[in-house]
Design a protein around this ligand. Structure first.
Ligand code: PMP
Length: 411
């Protein structure tokens, strides 16, 4: 007998379960297309050279101590993050209407932001895209939101955004509903709204008095250009929205396990900043008291030095170009094999992922027969591909698609 007998086994988290199965798999040609992490052309994790360089300097810098950071984190880091998101010349910065809070990566930013909106603005309804990153639901519910809703996003027939559906759903949202918007490189579909579509989204959100909560986990990964990838957020700011945005440096700095993130907040009046900071301080205090320093120091150093910043931008370009190259390679291999269906979406989608259109059955077939690990929704991490394994993966997809014909699959 135990007090804890009441605790039942919960379900596994799909992506972590797949990572574990992959690590345990002894098959020589196994391929990991599951977790959204960058891999180099040899299929290995990549520590960005600029990160190594900064870390080496830090290791010798005896002025760096292990004292607590302030509750809201390293200010140099959060200021640099706000500038990276909004552009350093954005007037809201000079007007003192934008500020940042260091958070435990993007997830922590979502959590702190959601708790602020729920606790202090009493917002209870949130909308996320169908589909979205699976954690949005849980994070918002754990932050006190009570009414989860979805807005249509992906149309499997056209393999594009169901834009009319999205607009209709947003038009029916109640005032003060929080709308989670992927700033760029939508996960899992790899399809972002066009600029014209963003303008219409902003129109509806303004009319309906909805609150934009941007999730920016891939700045730089969509187009290879940091400014381009922040266009939607900057546009909303320019339109006069008050908003929050959770930023993650997991992918673009390769700092996955350092949990480096930022919550940027833009408000209409500089006078709101001090009370907001004080309440955010209490939110963080009650959750984890204060954030870790290492990753934030690395990012702050790289963002604040012109030479290091340029080096980092080159790394991002390199990573995003390799992803694009692998998209082309996979599509080409499928065409060469005569795999039934149209595979243009693989190259039209952006960011790390491709929403392949493979069904759950086909995806599971790839895992069990070919040791190719992907989510059952058919999402693949493109940078798990390289010149050595792309033929193998394409042949396996070909086999899955020809063998498991599912009339619902529109390939
Ligand atoms: N949002 C989205 C859309 C993501 O894909 C991710 C990472 N998978 C995150 C947020 C947060 O990631 P992290 O907490 O590792 O920064």
């Amino acid at each position: 007998m135990s007090r804890f007998d009441v605790v039942e086994q919960g379900p596994p988290i799909e992506v972590f379960q797949l990572m574990k199965l992959f690590a345990e798999d002894t098959f020589k040609d196994k391929v990991n297309l599951s977790v959204g992490a960058y891999r180099d052309e040899k299929g290995k994790p990549w520590v960005l050279p600029v990160v190594r360089k900064v870390e080496k300097k830090m290791a010798e810098d005896e002025t760096l101590l292990h004292e607590y950071l302030p509750v809201l984190g390293l200010e140099q880091f959060s200021n640099a993050s706000v500038s990276m998101l909004l552009g350093q010349d954005n007037p809201v910065i000079a007007q003192g209407r934008a500020f940042g809070v260091q958070t435990l990566s993007g997830t922590g930013g979502l959590r702190v932001g959601a708790e602020l909106l729920n606790k202090h603005l009493k917002y209870t309804t949130f909308y996320y895209s169908s589909p979205t990153w699976e954690n949005h639901h849980l994070v918002f519910m754990n932050s006190g939101f009570t009414t989860p809703k979805v807005y249509r996003y992906w149309d499997p027939n056209t393999r594009a955004i169901d834009f009319d559906g999205m607009i209709e759903d947003l038009s029916n949202a109640p005032e003060n509903a929080v709308i989670i918007l992927h700033a760029c490189a939508h996960n899992p579909t790899g399809i972002d709204p066009t600029r014209e579509q963003w303008i219409k989204i902003a129109d509806v959100m303004e009319q309906r008095k909805l609150f934009p909560f941007f999730d920016s986990a891939y700045q730089g990964f969509a187009s290879g250009d940091l400014d381009n990838d922040a266009w939607a957020v900057r546009y909303f700011v320019q339109r006069g929205f008050e908003l929050v945005c959770a930023q993650s440096y997991a992918k673009n700095f390769g700092l996955y396990n350092e949990r480096v993130g930022n919550l940027s907040i833009v408000v209409n009046s500089a006078a709101r900043v001090a009370p907001l900071k004080s309440q955010l301080t209490w939110i963080v205090r009650g959750m984890y008291s204060n954030p870790p320093a290492h990753g934030a120091r690395v990012v702050a150093t790289a963002l604040s030095d012109d030479k290091l910043f340029d080096e980092w931008r080159d790394h991002i370009k390199m990573m995003s170009s390799r992803v694009m190259e692998m998209r082309q390679a996979l599509r080409q291999e499928l065409i060469n094999l005569g795999t039934p269906g149209n595979w243009d979406h693989i190259v039209k989608q952006i960011g790390l992922f491709s929403y392949t259109g493979l069904t759950q059955q086909q995806s599971e077939y790839l895992v069990s027969n070919y040791h190719i690990y992907l989510l059952k929704c058919g999402r693949i991490n493109i940078c798990g591909l390289n010149r050595d394994n792309v033929k193998y993966v394409a042949a396996a997809i070909h086999d899955a698609v020809t063998k498991i014909h599912d009339p619902r699959a529109r390939l």
